[in-house]
Design a protein around this ligand. Sequence first.
Ligand SMILES: [Zn+2]
Length: 345
Amino acid sequence: MLQDKIKQYTGEINAFQATSAADVENYRLKFLVAKGIIKSLFEEFKTVSIEEKRTLGKELNEFKQLAEAKYSEYQSLFSGTSQEVKREEGDLTLPGTGFQMGSRHPLSLVRKEIVEIFKKLGFIVAEGPEIENDWHNFSALNFPPEHPARDMQDTFFVEKQEGNDIALRTHTSSVQVRLMEMGKPPFRAIMPGRVYRNEAISARAHCFFHQVEGLYVDENVSFADLKQTLFHFVQELYGEGTKVRFRPSYFPFTEPSAEMDISCTICKGAGCQLCKHSGWVEILGCGMVDPNVLNNCGIDSKKYSGFAFGMGIERITNLKYEIRDLRLFSENDVRFLSQFETEIV
Ligand SMILES: [Zn+2]
């Protein structure tokens, strides 16, 4: 009987609960498609008597509405979920998102390069504090009391104490003192680090910059060793055939002292703006460790001798990359820094 069937399916639909999109689809296939139950009930409806049609027609229509309402309720519920799933899967045909690498700072690159060259010559890396006392920054290094570097105009003092000022180190030579105080020769070390000077910031000067100093102390160390070491360094850093020359100079902590020039890396000695048409550019200061410094650090200057040298990493970097403004190094402008991305090693 049609009426019984309507009753039975109404019960079935009322009890129906979908837990997945597949359940909803099965429901649709069972009730709503062309060969589904609703269609077949309407077919059967055609065969009943006219009297029955009056009551059954209403029941059948209500049943159809119920079936369709249930379907649309579940369909909206699960179609939302299936769209979300699609979103999570993503569109596999889209081009990939590039992985952006950071880059090393140019000063770090050059510092690393300098350290590597000296490491191959047996130099170790030594480091020390950036806040120093007077002894390590000045006195032990043979700075006379009236030396201008001790003046407020050149040094950032943290604390003024009679005879023992505390200051931001003005050079990494303080690490040389600390190294020599700690042990016995031979010493063969380089000291990379940040140093501070009380200077107005401009394209050519900054209140902080970076140095690499080197120290070699042993028996019978001569100026010839110094020259050969630095000559080798320059060939490694700037390429074979780079010429060097030494000019007499003065530093409190070395005797004799010299400044070293290299043949201009841009014009190869022909003369250009960088070398001010001299063909030479200065890159570092050096000399034989003053016997007073050795004695101050508890090393017998009659038995031992040594050489020391120091260079500004900014200076070396400027020459290598033709950078003309020191301020670029500390402004953290990505347009500047990203130019060194390819240098990652
Ligand atoms: Zn030049």
